[in-house]
Design a protein around this ligand. Structure first.
Ligand SMILES: NC(=O)c1ccc[n+]([C@@H]2O[C@H](COP(=O)([O-])OP(=O)(O)OC[C@H]3O[C@@H](n4cnc5c(N)ncnc54)[C@H](OP(=O)(O)O)[C@@H]3O)[C@@H](O)[C@H]2O)c1
Ligand SMILES: *[C@@H]1O[C@H](CO)[C@@H](O)[C@H](O)[C@H]1NC(C)=O
Length: 255
């Protein structure tokens, strides 16, 4: 571990019970400082104080929206909070935000198409740009890398289905971005990953759609903490054996 704790930036924390928050917890325990980005300031503040109480260091950076400028402003605030000149380095970044639109094609509105492209693709472009600019300024760490950028994907990243036209174009787009960045910046020892989450995650939203048997059955849903552990594993890979795409699904998923 470096003398100053490396920083993880997480975008997409939601109500602090899903994958974004679990990743913040797991990386915090592993010695990272965490910059929390999302729109819900209260939930960011709560998570930041939880992490701090547990012996970590975390700071909330509430976004007014996922507009590219709002994301750039958040990175400017992170640099102010933890200045580079004092040895602070962003070493990992997770793009976990997604705008999920699940509707038959003929019911999808122009606004929903735009929202999917704006949030799932354009906002991810802005986030990636800031993360990569930071990584380019880092020296190689003991793993031979300058930084690790992870994207949370979904089944809809590789397969369309009957109600995913608007969502899948966004997630396919995100996957295309991830692969392009992995190839363009691999040469600079920047590690870009895509994790295809191929099954339902145990979030409060999914709990509301299922019964208690589903929640109790570890064979049928992904635990956010287990996903987060895989993200830490990706960040810990060294330059001689790097994953671009990882897929994760529960044991009984009918894939
Ligand atoms: N839940 C599942 O079953 C499942 C399955 C496969 C893949 N995934 C993927 O996992 C990631 C989310 O993880 P999670 O489900 O565990 O939830 P999570 O970590 O709680 O995060 C979801 C984030 O997405 C943002 N979001 C939701 N709707 C949005 C919208 N319409 N516009 C902009 N932002 C929106 C929220 O941002 P704010 O905090 O700013 O509101 C929230 O932070 C997504 O990339 C999703 O595609 C989820
Ligand atoms: C595709 O959609 C159908 C109908 O909603 C569903 O039963 C099936 O599980 C979906 N397939 C995948 C791979 O998600």
């Amino acid at each position: 571990m470096m003398s100053v704790r490396p920083i993880l930036v997480v975008a997409g924390v939601g109500n602090a019970a899903g994958t974004g928050a679990a990743t913040a917890r797991v990386f915090s325990k592993a010695g990272y400082r965490v910059a929390l980005l999302a729109r819900n300031a209260d939930s960011l503040n709560n998570l930041a104080s939880q992490l701090t109480k547990a012996g970590g260091e975390a700071h909330p950076f509430a976004l007014s929206s996922y507009a590219p400028q709002a994301i750039r402003d958040a990175f400017a605030s992170i640099r102010k909070q933890w200045p580079k000149e004092q040895g602070n380095e962003i070493r990992a970044a997770l793009w976990n935000t997604a705008a999920a639109v699940w509707k038959p094609f003929l019911e999808v509105t122009d606004e929903e198409v735009k929202e999917s492209l704006d949030v799932n693709v354009a906002a991810a472009f802005a986030f990636s740009r800031e993360a990569i600019l930071e990584f380019k300024n880092n020296d190689l760490n003991d793993l031979g890398k300058r930084g690790t950028l992870i994207f949370t994907g979904a089944t809809a990243s590789t397969r369309g289905n009957v109600t995913t036209s608007a969502f899948a174009v966004g997630k396919f787009g995100l996957r295309a971005l991830s692969q392009s960045l992995a190839k363009e910046f691999g040469k600079e020892n920047i590690h870009v990953n895509q994790a295809i989450i191929d099954g339902p995650i145990l979030t409060d939203r999914q709990r509301a759609r299922h019964d208690a048997t589903w929640e109790a059955d570890e064979n049928v849903r992904l635990d956010p903490e287990s996903i987060a552990k895989s993200y830490l594993y990706l960040a810990n890979q060294d330059r001689s054996a790097l994953t671009w795409e990882l897929d994760l699904r529960p044991a009984h998923e009918k894939w």
